[in-house]
Write a protein that binds this ligand. Sequence first.
Ligand SMILES: Nc1ncnc2c1ncn2[C@@H]1O[C@H](COP(=O)(O)OP(=O)(O)OP(=O)(O)O)[C@@H](O)[C@H]1O
Ligand SMILES: [Zn+2]
Length: 757
Amino acid sequence: MTQTEIDGATACDWTVSGMDCGSCATKVRSAVGRLPGVSDVEVGIMTERLRLTLDETQTTRDKVEKTVRSLGYGIGPRTDAAKKEFVMPGDGTDTHGDGDHTGHDHASGTDAIARDASGHGGPGHVHDDPADRGKSWYRTGKGQLVIFTALLLAAAWSVELIAPQIGSWAFVGASLIGVAPVARRAVAALRVGQPFTIESLMTIAAVGALFIGAAEEAALVVFLFAVGEVLEGVAAGKARDGIRALANLVPKTALLDTDGVIREVPAASLVVGQIVFVRPGDRIPADGDITEGTSGIDESPVTGESVPVTRGPGEGVFAGSINTEAVLRVTVTKAAEDNTISRIIRLVEEAEEARAPTERFIDRFSRWYMPAIVAIAALVIVVPPLALGQAWDTWIYRGLALLLIGCPCALVISVPASIASAMSTGARRGLLMKGGAVIEAAAQVSHIAFDKTGTLTHGRPRVTDLVTFGATTQAELLAVAAGVESGSSHPLAKAILNKAEEAGVTPLAAADAKALPGSGVVASVGNALAWVTSPRYASENGGLDAENLAKATIFEEEGKTAVAVYRENQPFGLIAMRDEPRTDAADAVRQLSAMGITPVILTGDNPRTAAAIAGSLGMQFQANMMPEDKLAAIRTMSEQGGVMMIGDGINDAPALKQASVGVAMGSGTDVALETADAAILRDRVTDIPATIRLSRAAMANIRQNVTLALGLKAVFLVTTVFGLTGLWIAIMADTGATVLVTLNALRLLRFDPEHEA
Ligand SMILES: Nc1ncnc2c1ncn2[C@@H]1O[C@H](COP(=O)(O)OP(=O)(O)OP(=O)(O)O)[C@@H](O)[C@H]1O
Ligand SMILES: [Zn+2]
């Protein structure tokens, strides 16, 4: 496992296999959590992950692993997702249809997750372990239990045929042998303080059935339980494929070019500065810059945008993208674990721990559900015979059947399975959400606040007009303005610097540049201060007279942004710039309105420019907003419901934090990923409605699952008490619900968030 020291305690990280239902995670969490010196336990069912902080003076890592194994799960050290090699071949990972990228992007079948070979596979070990992945079901631990119990059952039936007088004893034998591995797990769970597990209920029910002479049914229940476990494992495995598919997008090997000598090396071993050779059709093995060659790059694994973009020397490429046309040489700029795609995978993986409120509620609910069912079962067994003088056998039988529906598995798996599916569907399209909590909040948003520059517009304004005052020439105006702006990263600054370059004007040397947030920049140029600011600020500070302010106003009414350039008592002129709205912005706004969401522009720009742009997009706006005004506006909107804030993630971090969901958008991928709750990696405004559609679909899916799980339990609770259904139906209902719920969650993998409902 990977480890990091934190104040004497160690952060540990394992891969745990065989956790296919929600109560499995609970079992592991509380068993491990009871060990002394263990804290911050996080268990991910979808990611098969166990993380905790360990004080090794109190409990050894070995002890933790033993505890998990005693419960019947496999445990092994965890490796970074990007380096992880899955045994399962890359099924369904090819988002591009042609499926034959000549290259080396297939998962190697040999090195499975490294795990210590000791201590596995004891007789009580029925769950699969990491090595079971990708094996046919009948070769897994669970599969063998199915075969074993089936053989026992068949043997018992044969005995009954041949020698009917000892037939029932054969079933007793079959039940006892079949239930033994399950009982062993029940005892292990009991030892770590968990009396109520599906295994213990199962054991009591099977043994109890023997006592009331229902031996044949007991054997059948043991067999069906084993079948259910296999089915649950298959369903959970399918749900995990979504995440695994992402990891498979990173090639395992790279062609390293050392002074013209090309040799194949593991992609994980690449270091910054090395040059890799990428053939057409190959996936790019690392984030890097092209040093040689120009080719169409399909970046869909990272951004979801599958139309190839042409990239040439000096331009950056992402690991996992496909080189579609020509041979490239790429200089590695990031180590494997820092690659954008690795960070996306990590984000998707860790998201399971940011649990949705609904999920936390279900966890609390399921904690009392099982004991409550046990109590009801006890009452059902005891009360009718004692109070009403009914037959003990009948009511014991019904009570035992009740025990079998006491497992909250289906309920507890429902949320993580839906969330994991939704997250991987999103990730494939460049829609990243950091977990269930974000998905749940996004589904409930009523207002969306858009930053204007860089989100609704391209964020690349161009200078359209230069107005000079008095004796100033255009070149002078540009030289001063460009000088002042040379230290600024504001989009307007870039526009002015670009214009100066185009016009062949050298910016004047400037010093001590200072941003006036929401207003402009000031710097000393020559021996005096010079300003580039909004016309309003300029006119308030003596840099713009009324007549020229009116000129600026005209530009603004045309949807342009004007800035005034001046020195103390010396106005130079006006520069007007235009930032085009993104082509899909109007469509996105329409889609959002149709979904019942109110989109609003919050901008630091002036009301006239804002009105021109808002008007063309058909939305509301609030202008002249200082950064703190944006925060206040979001707070006000929050009073009417959830607010999503869309920004570029660079200069609006506080507003993104204030909103219930902060979404960073656009090519600022690097920053965007870390600063916000969600990120949109393509420059598409329509991905905002898509994100909300996906979130709503995920929450609807969760609601269906919870209803289904609880509904089935309720129905069988009643039919069992009234004696309409018996033991084996009860066990089928339990696993059936888990399988149905997981399969329903899988539908989200095929959900198309871009499609309007
Ligand atoms: N570097 C700068 N150069 C010139 N003017 C600036 C600069 N920075 C800010 N301003 C002026 O202040 C106004 C508000 O700037 P601010 O950065 O708050 O908003 P914005 O980023 O332009 O717009 P939005 O809030 O929609 O992203 C701008 O419209 C401009 O008039
Ligand atoms: Zn389970």
